[in-house]
Design a protein around this ligand. Structure first.
Ligand SMILES: N[C@@H](CCC(=O)N[C@@H](CS)C(=O)NCC(=O)O)C(=O)O
Length: 62
């Protein structure tokens, strides 16, 4: 599984804090560059149409 995140954004930060608290290490973190508007691009929108972080991608692609 992958968690799309952005280091300085509070919403994904909340998720990574809970992951650390619960010792969840099997989820890969993928940094999305909000400053470069990467989340507004076609590639990211195909994964997360609302164009927000965090977004979780399951191993089966959902
Ligand atoms: N309800 C959503 C809100 C996510 C959200 O607003 N994320 C912000 C970062 S903290 C974001 O992606 N902002 C980029 C934008 O709105 O363009 C959640 O909690 O996951």
């Amino acid at each position: 599984m992958k968690l799309y995140t952005a280091q300085r954004a509070p919403n994904p930060r909340r998720v990574t804090m809970f992951m650390a608290e619960k010792n969840i290490t099997q989820i890969s973190l993928v940094e999305v560059d909000l400053n470069a508007l990467e989340h507004k691009g076609e590639v990211y929108r195909a994964k997360s149409p609302l164009a927000k972080v965090p977004a979780l991608e399951l191993d089966d692609g959902r």
